[in-house]
Design a protein around this ligand. Sequence first.
Ligand code: C2E
Ligand code: MG
Ligand code: MG
Ligand code: MG
Length: 287
Amino acid sequence: RAKAAGGNRFELADPEADARAITRHGLTTALPTALDRGEFFIEYQPLVHLGDGSVRGAEALVRWLHPQHGVLSPDRFIPLAEHTGLIVPLGRWVLEQSVRQAREWRDANGGDALGPLRINVNLSPCQLTHPGLVQDTVEILERTGVTPDALCLEVTESALIGADDDLLKPLRRLAEMGVDIALDDFGTGYSNLANLRRLPVSVLKLDRSFTQSMQQFPADPVDLKIVEGIVALAHSLDLAVTVEGVETGAQAEQLRILGCDTAQGWYYARPGPPDRLHELALVDATG
Ligand code: C2E
Ligand code: MG
Ligand code: MG
Ligand code: MG
C-alpha cells in the first residue's frame, strides 16, 4: 500500500507499523478467550525496605503467554484490554490470584513469622469506574482470609488527575477498610501537589525517571532537590515513598539517603514466580 504524499511523490506505508497493526488486531481478537484458556500468569517483584533491606512484599505484574507470540508484557495488551472492557474481568482475576498468593506466603511463613508480606496490585482507570470494585475486593479478601492492610492497590497519577468525588468514592471506601492506595508513576503527570491532600492515598510510587536521574553519585543537584522536596512533602502528609526501577546500588544508596522508604527494581530482583519471592523473603529473614 502506498499513499500519495502531495505532488508526484509517493510514500511507502511503514511495513513495521502495518505488522504492528495486524498483531494488535490479532491480539484484540484473541483476548476474550485468553482468560478462559488460562493464558495469563502473574510475576511478583519484591518491595524492599531501604533502611534494612528486608523484603516487605511484592507487586503483582500480569503477563500473557500467547500461543503464537510467546510471553507478552502488559504494555502490549493492557491498553487493548482496557479498550475492549476485558480489563474488568482480567483485573478481578489478577486481584484474586495475587491475594490468594499473599495468603499462601503467609501460610508458608507459619502465620506472619517473617512479618506480613504485603501484595500490591495495579488497577486500571476502567476498574475504578466499574461499580463492582469495592464489593469484589471485599469478597476476595473474605474468601482468602487476607486482612485489608496486607493489600495495596496501585492507581496511576494520571488516572486521578481531575478526579471528581464520584471517582474517588470507591477508593475512599477501600482506604477506610484499611486497604492502602498507592499513587503509581508519581511525577509523570501534571497533578497539583496540593491536590494530594484530597486523594485517599497512603503511598507515593516515585516514577522510574527519578531513579534514572540518580545514576551518578552524587546525582545532579537539581534532581536531588526535587526528590528531596517530594519526599518531605509526602512524609509531611503521612505518605510512604516507594521508588521504582532501582537498577544499581548507587541509586539505592542515594534514594535511601534522600529518605525514601521502600524500593523496587532489578538491583534487588526482576519480577519472577511466586516461589522465588518466598525464597528471597526467607533468606532475608534467616540471614
Ligand atoms: P508499573 O505498575 O509502573 O510497574 C513497574 C514496571 O517496571 C514493570 O513493568 C516492571 O517489570 C518494571 N521494572 C521493575 N523494576 C525495573 C527496573 O529496575 N528497571 C526497569 N527498566 N524496569 C523495571 P511491566 O511488568 O512490563 O509492567 C508495565 C506496566 O503494566 C505496569 O507499570 C502497570 O502499569 C501495568 N500492569 C502490569 N500488571 C498489571 C495489571 O495486573 N493490571 C493493570 N491494570 N496494569 C498492569
Ligand atoms: Mg504499579
Ligand atoms: Mg509504577
Ligand atoms: Mg512505572
